[in-house]
Design a protein. Structure first.
Length: 434
């Protein structure tokens, strides 16, 4: 009899049955266990009571997972805690005698039109030299552990102090009877290997072994269209666009701002706008650029990703969290080297509710039916605020419902199962939100 009971207990545990489990735990377990994707992928869930922080669902929540873009909610919250929503990210114009200086801090939303308008507001008579000062942040323009071939993805552009137009170039593709034309673009050098076809089936490729300074277009094109391609050299792009604002006789280069230069004007981007770009639209460029600037403002030294991450981890340590449960190498979560436990994620989401003006931060997250990464998802679920995270073979979503904070990670699936992973996430969220 004793052996029979032991055997029965082992059988219960092996199928995920736990004694004393909450009704929501049981419901989530059943959803996961009945989904075909759970047979080949890893599905991990943490849910806490939004008021008490008590654990309501723990489905392997202590396992390290790759956060992807859900990491943005961790880094942006730490920055928001110090800056608040009204912090200004400035592009500052100085003058010393006949020299004009433009101090760039990596404003991720700065456009050429805004830069030009800022300069046109000044009396530029007598200016002989224009110097762009990008020394407030370091020169690392691509993250540790980022895939080299992603450099041509519009979602993963290079980032630097010299950000302009989101570091994306608009490229026209025009199929004709004589072949496919791609007009020259000063922002990026194109190797055009396109052919006219009956369907659009082309790709943007980076081949540094052939030409590290070019982007290759390969495949077939049926209709005229425009695509966005990342600028490979943001500093050079910024300087070349700047030349359009001055006569040819004006020399344009990079140089540190003269210590006696006087501020003339500044373009300002409010952090609340950048925060929405990070948390709702999931901009990697904005997340990385802001972290470096944050490090500069808090340490009075050149801004670096490493120093920014230390500040972020110090913030969560001050909240009483065990930072050994998270490993960060970038701000955005793009790197494969980032790790976090879902349990840490929901602890952090619970704790940051005590931040000053938390409601504004929460509203920067994506919401169903609104512009952002949840625009076409969960329209039947009210009052959900979430940060999504999707990369090769993994899909995550973390956030808030009326009653709970949650973290759902679905990882290690094939590319063709991406939609299935999102569907599983949505089923779990609907169960949580009821």
């Amino acid at each position: 009899m004793y052996k029979f009971l032991i055997t029965l207990l082992i059988m219960f545990l092996s199928v995920g049955v736990s004694f004393g489990a909450s009704p929501l735990q049981t419901k989530v377990n059943n959803i996961i266990n009945s989904d075909p994707l759970s047979k080949t992928a890893v599905v991990v869930v943490s849910v806490r009571d939004i008021k008490t922080g008590a654990v309501v669902v723990d489905k392997q929540a202590s396992v390290f997972m790759r956060p992807a873009s859900t990491q943005k909610v961790l880094t942006s919250a730490a920055i928001y805690n110090k800056w608040g929503r009204n912090y200004d990210i400035k592009t500052i114009v100085y003058r010393f005698k006949n020299d004009l200086y433009i101090k760039v801090l990596g404003d991720p939303l700065l456009t050429f039109d805004e830069l030009k308008k800022t300069l046109e507001s000044q009396n530029l008579e007598g200016v002989s030299n224009v110097y762009v000062d990008g020394e407030s942040v370091d020169g690392q323009d691509y993250g540790e552990g980022w895939m080299w071939d992603d450099v041509v993805s519009p979602y993963v552009p290079k980032y630097s102090a010299f950000n302009l137009d989101r570091n994306l170039a608009v490229i026209k593709i025009i199929p004709t009877d004589m072949g496919v034309q791609v007009p020259a673009n000063a922002a990026v050098k194109i190797e055009n290997n396109l052919k006219k076809g009956t369907v659009d089936n082309f790709r943007v490729v980076y081949k540094p072994w052939e030409n590290a300074g070019s982007v290759f277009l390969e495949g077939t094109v049926a209709k005229e269209q425009e695509i966005k391609i990342p600028v490979l050299f943001p500093r050079e792009y910024f300087l070349n666009r700047l030349k359009e604002c001055f006569p040819l006789s004006v020399k344009i280069d990079t140089q540190k701002t003269h210590r006696h230069a006087i501020v003339q004007t500044a373009h300002r981007t409010v952090f609340s706008d950048v925060l929405r770009e990070i948390n709702s639209n999931s901009s990697n460029l904005a997340s990385e650029s802001v972290l470096k600037l944050f490090a500069m403002t808090q340490t009075a030294r050149q801004g670096t990703t490493k120093n920014g991450i230390k500040l972020v981890l110090d913030f969560y340590k001050s909240l009483g969290l065990d930072i050994s449960k998270v490993s960060m190498v970038d701000a955005s979560g793009v790197s494969e080297y980032n790790l976090v436990t879902p349990d840490f994620m929901t602890q952090a989401l619970f704790k940051i509710q005590n931040m000053r003006d938390f409601i504004s931060f929460k509203q920067s997250l994506a919401q169903p039916g609104k512009e952002g990464t949840l625009k076409n998802r969960l329209s039947d679920v009210p009052n959900i605020y979430a940060k999504t995270g999707t990369h090769r073979g993994y899909s995550n979503i973390v956030g808030y419902t009326d009653k709970y904070v949650f973290a759902i990670f679905v990882q290690n699936y094939k590319k063709e199962s991406k939609a299935d992973a999102k569907h599983l996430e949505d089923k779990i969220i609907r169960a949580i939100a009821k």
